[in-house]
Design a protein around this ligand. Structure first.
Ligand code: ACO
Length: 331
C-alpha cells in the first residue's frame, strides 16, 4: 500500500484571457469550429515579461497555505514542465521562492503526463521514508512554443500552473494515493513534438562543427493520431490503476483527465461507464495547459466544494512522448 496523501492544493493562471473570437483575428478559424471540435472557449496566456516559474511559485505557495504546512518541512520539490523559463530547470528557483529552502528540487519532463508522473514519483520517496513532505507542481507555458500561424495547434493551448502538497500518510489513516500506472512509447514521438533544430558552423579546427545557435521548432502535432492514442490508452491505464487499488469504475466519484479535448473526455467516460456529471472539466476556460491542466482543474473542483473528503478521483494524463499515466486518489 502506498503511503502518500495530497493534503493541499493551489493553482495560478495568467491574467490575460483570450477568447476564441480573438483568435479569429490571428488565423482562419471560428469560435464555432474551436468550441465544437475541442470544447475550448477561452485560454489564459502568459505575458512576454512574465515568468512561468513565478506562476508556479504562486500555485505552490497557495498549496502550502491550503495544507497549513511550514515550507521548511518540505523535503522534495518536483516541477513537471516542458516549457521552463530556464532549460536547466525551474524547480530550485520555485523551491526558494516559496521558502522551501531545506528541499531538494528538480524538474521532470513528461509533457501532458508530467503532473501525474510527478506525483507518482514523489509518492515513492514518501512511501520509502526518504522524505515526509513534497510539493509537486505542474506548469506549462506552451503559448511560447506554438506556431501562431498554424490553426491546427495554436487554438488548443493555454498557460497555467497547479501544485499539490503531498505527505506521508499518517498512521491509521487510509492512503490518499490508492493506485497508479504509467506508460510510454517512443514510437509515437513524431505524433507530437517540440524539436530542437541547431545551426552548425565549421570552425576549421579538429572540432568539425560547433552549434552556434539553436532553436526549437514550434509544436507539431498529428491531431488524429493523438486523439486515437488517447481514447484507446487512457481507459486502459485507468482500469489498470483501479485494479491496482482493488476498485472498479463504479467506485469512482470523479473522473479527471488531462484537459485536451472534451470529446476525448466524453469517449473515455463512456468506455468506462462513468456519467458526464462525474467528469471534472475546466477546459472551456483554460484550454490545454499541458502539465498544468490536472491540478488547475482539481484545485477549482476542491475549492468549489465539489470534491469532498473521502471522494475517489480517477486521474489520467496523456501526451507527447508518447506518455500516459494514471493515479487513483482518495481526497
Ligand atoms: N479552425 C478551423 N478549421 C480548422 C482548425 C481551426 N482552428 N484547425 C483545423 N481545421 C481544419 C483542418 O484544416 C481540416 O480541414 P480540411 O479537412 O480541409 O483539411 C478540418 O478542420 C478538420 O480537421 P480534422 O483534423 O478532421 O479535425 P478533428 O475533428 O480531428 O479535430 C483536433 C482536430 C481538435 C486537433 C482533434 O484531432 C484532437 O483533439 N486531437 C487530439 C489533440 C490533442 O488532444 N492534443 C493534445 C494532447 S497532448 C498534449 O496535450 C500536449
Amino acid at each position: 500500500e502506498l503511503r502518500a496523501s495530497i493534503i493541499g492544493i493551489g493553482a495560478a493562471a495568467p491574467e490575460r484571457r483570450v477568447p476564441n473570437s480573438e483568435l479569429e483575428k490571428v488565423v482562419d478559424t471560428s469560435d464555432e469550429w474551436i468550441s465544437q471540435r475541442t470544447g475550448i472557449s477561452c485560454r489564459h496566456l502568459i505575458a512576454p515579461d512574465q515568468g512561468l516559474a513565478d506562476l508556479a511559485s504562486k500555485a505552490a505557495k497557495e498549496a502550502l497555505e491550503h495544507a497549513g504546512v511550514d515550507p521548511l518541512e518540505v523535503g522534495l520539490v518536483i516541477m513537471a514542465t516542458s516549457s521552463p523559463d530556464d532549460l536547466f530547470g525551474d524547480a530550485a528557483f520555485v523551491a526558494r521562492s516559496v521558502g522551501a529552502t531545506n528541499a531538494v528540487a528538480f524538474d521532470l519532463t513528461a509533457a501532458c503526463s508530467g503532473f501525474l508522473f510527478g506525483i507518482n514519483t514523489a509518492s515513492q520517496f514518501l512511501h520509502n521514508g526518504a522524505y515526509k513532505t513534497a510539493i509537486v507542481i505542474g506548469a506549462d507555458a506552451l503559448s511560447r512554443w506554438v506556431d501562431w500561424t498554424d490553426r491546427n495547434t495554436c487554438v488548443l493551448f493555454g498557460d497555467g500552473a497547479g501544485a499539490v502538497v503531498l505527505q506521508q500518510t499518517a498512521a491509521g489513516q487510509p492512503a490518499g494515493i490508492l493506485g497508479y500506472e504509467m506508460h510510454s512509447n517512443g514510437a509515437g514521438r513524431s505524433d507530437l513534438n517540440l524539436g530542437y533544430n541547431g545551426e552548425s558552423k565549421d570552425l576549421g579546427t579538429t572540432i568539425p562543427a560547433t552549434v552556434t545557435k539553436g532553436a526549437y521548432t514550434p509544436i507539431a502535432m498529428n491531431g488524429k493520431e493523438v486523439y486515437k492514442f488517447a481514447t484507446t490508452c487512457v481507459p486502459e491505464v485507468l482500469k489498470e490503476a483501479l485494479d491496482n487499488a482493488g476498485l472498479t469504475a463504479d467506485d469512482v466519484d470523479w473522473l479527471l483527465l488531462h484537459q485536451a479535448n472534451i470529446r476525448i473526455m466524453e469517449t473515455v467516460a463512456k468506455k468506462l461507464g462513468i456519467p458526464m456529471e462525474k467528469v471534472i472539466t475546466n477546459l472551456a476556460e483554460y484550454g490545454n495547459t499541458s502539465a498544468g491542466s490536472i491540478p488547475l482543474a482539481l484545485n477549482e473542483a476542491v475549492k468549489a466544494g465539489k470534491v469532498k473528503p473521502g471522494d475517489v478521483i480517477a486521474c489520467a494524463g496523456f501526451g507527447a512522448g508518447l506518455s500516459w499515466g494514471s493515479a487513483i486518489i482518495r481526497w
